[in-house]
Ligand binder design. Structure first.
Ligand code: IPD
Length: 269
């Protein structure tokens, strides 16, 4: 119901704010790499783990019947039909280096989160704790940015000229994949205004929603990088597609105004 979605949206924002404050307030001096995951470049800090523990505890306390899927390994099977897909720090490498471009992403999702294209977020929030920017949306109600300057309704850019488009992208942690991503950049870069690699997929998607980037694309995203931002772009009037123009997936995500998304996708594919 509409009231149910509004409750989920408020909860997503509350959780993202609380975890976001934790990672800023308790970031240890001399923060190091606690562990590596898929490759030596895929790092985890103690604060990724603490942030996810906080998110998990809050979700289980408030909605014990829901499922959880988290970047740092949380996987709770729920019975309510809602699964919280959470990224406790999106932009971990920025966080490690104290570059103030990272976020907490929290999304309430329906469907089978283990299968590409078989699930989607119905409410979500992405919180940039250093700037105090909260991006949030629920299905069918628009996307908003709550910032120190006030509340702003979001809409994607009106750009339709590829040559004037500012693109964002990101790179995965696998060396072979990075080599292919470099080839794609070499092909795309001469055709657009410029490309940014800001380091947080969730914030890149929110930047598209806010018109701060025209288009964002990446291959190899995980559900937690994508879940909330995907909804926020769509609710800001944008289009999000994947391989061949089908649903966005771990293979490919292209997000932006519909006038540009398919052209960028065909350039990449
Ligand atoms: C990463 C960031 C990065 C993107 C990577 C993601 P993490 O997430 O979103 O911008 O290029 O693909 O894995 O590891 O910092 O949560």
């Amino acid at each position: 119901s509409a009231a149910g979605l509004a409750t989920l949206e408020t909860m997503a924002a509350d959780l993202a704010r609380e975890a976001g404050r934790l990672i800023v307030d308790e970031r240890p001096d001399g923060l190091g790499v606690a562990a590596t995951k898929s490759s030596s470049t895929d790092v985890v800090t103690v604060m990724d783990t603490r942030s996810e523990e906080l998110l998990r505890a809050r979700i289980l306390a408030r909605r014990p019947e829901d499922g959880i899927l988290g970047e740092e390994g949380d996987s709770v099977e729920g019975t309510s039909g809602i699964t919280w897909v959470v990224d406790p720090i999106d932009g971990t490498v920025n966080y490690l280096y104290d570059i103030p471009q990272y976020a907490v992403s929290v999304a309430a999702c329906v469907g089978d989160t283990r299968t590409d294209g078989a699930w989607h977020a119905v409410a979500g929030a992405v919180y940039h704790p250093v700037l105090g920017e909260m991006f949030h949306a629920r299905r069918g109600s628009g996307a908003f940015l709550r910032a120190p300057s006030g509340v702003h309704a979001l809409s994607v850019s009106a750009e339709h000229d590829l040559g004037s488009a500012l693109l964002g992208t990101g790179f995965g942690y696998d060396a072979a994949k990075r080599a292919r991503q470099g080839e794609v950049v070499a092909r795309v870069l001469p055709q657009v205004r410029d490309i940014r690699r800001a380091g947080s997929a969730a914030l890149d998607l929110c930047a598209v929603a806010a018109g701060r980037l025209d288009v964002y694309y990446e291959s190899g995203l995980n559900p937690w990088d994508l879940a909330a931002g995907h909804l926020i772009v769509e609710e800001a009037g944008g289009k999000v597609v994947g391989p061949g123009g089908a649903a966005a997936s771990s293979e490919l995500v292209v997000a932006g105004p519909s006038a540009l998304v398919d052209r960028v996708r065909s350039l990449i594919e």
